[in-house]
Write a new protein. Structure first.
Lengths: 135, 159
């Protein structure tokens, strides 16, 4: 009788243990998956935000009359090395392309900010070729 | 003596309590990870909205700059006598200001940034040179003052 009761107790304990392990496994799997998704989305959001700031910064400098060669210098020596120092994979690449309207009165700058995986932003800004008439 | 000892209820931490703790920990992990994910999604959404707005802004800014360049051409063209008519062809409103000998022309135009915002631009032609006087984004949705709050005006005591 005593032996039966002990057997039944150990069976219940085993069942309980198995259920606990199953619940723990399910919760941890879901949790880990959510955390990994959150990590990659956070990384994307940070990159997108930085890319937008860089593009706006360059656009404003261009509109203020900064020369394209000077902007290229800033891009190659400034943004790529300073902002994401230590994160080799997260380096943002900035591509600048200047073009002019047919009559030459407006010059455009196409700014593309990307990394190895994504192209985060593409902005086109413009300025009058003689410089902006300031108020 | 021995009997009384054996009849006393014993407090033991069995498998049950540790199971409950593990379930609590696992559920906490799951709940916190979902909360983290929701927060990150909000961050991402706001970053995407910001990026979209800036893209729209610079598209509108480019159009406005093209209009400004056209105005520059019109203003430097000696053959143009009626600025109002020439500006109207570009979708720009022009108004003459000042009197005899000191006439200036004020140009104003706007470009739509998105459904709620527009870029309003103004330029002034004075003494043969065109100067930007305003270049700012304005919310198109008008502010509605309900005026329903009974605020004391400082003169008549409320009854």
């Amino acid at each position: 009788m005593k032996t039966n009761s002990r057997r039944s107790n150990s069976a219940v304990a085993l069942m309980e243990l198995l259920i606990i392990i199953a619940v723990f496994a399910v919760c941890c799997t879901a949790g880990l998956k959510a955390i990994m998704t959150a990590d990659s989305e956070q990384s994307y959001a940070e990159q997108l935000s930085a890319a937008t700031n860089i593009a706006s910064d360059i656009a404003e400098q261009y509109k203020a009359g900064t020369d394209i060669s000077e902007l290229n210098d800033t891009v190659s020596h400034g943004y790529e090395k300073k902002i994401f120092e230590g994160k080799e994979n997260n380096t943002l690449h900035v591509t600048l392309n200047e073009r002019f309207s047919q009559d030459g009165s407006v010059s455009y700058l196409d700014i593309t900010v990307s990394d190895d995986k994504y192209t985060y932003t593409q902005i086109t800004c413009a300025r009058t070729s003689g410089g902006e008439p300031n108020g | 003596m021995d009997n009384s000892k054996s009849s006393r209820p014993r407090l033991t931490l069995g498998a049950g309590i540790s199971s409950l703790i593990i379930i609590f920990v696992a559920l906490s992990i799951a709940i916190f990870s979902v909360l983290i994910l929701l927060t990150v999604r909000q961050d991402l959404e706001s970053a995407e909205i910001d990026a979209a707005f800036r893209k729209d802004y610079y598209a509108a800014d480019t159009k406005a700059t093209e209009t400004l360049a056209q105005l520059n051409i019109i203003c430097s063209d000696i053959s143009v006598t009626d600025y109002t008519e020439a500006a109207a062809e570009l979708g720009v409103t022009a108004s003459m200001q000042g009197g005899r000998g000191n006439t200036s022309v004020s140009f104003s135009w706007s470009e739509e940034v998105n459904d709620a915002t527009e870029l309003q631009c103004k330029a002034l032609l004075s003494n043969g040179s065109l100067t930007i006087t305003a270049w700012n984004t304005v919310n198109k949705e008008a502010y509605i003052n309900s005026g329903s709050l009974p605020i004391w005006d400082g003169e008549n005591l409320p009854q």
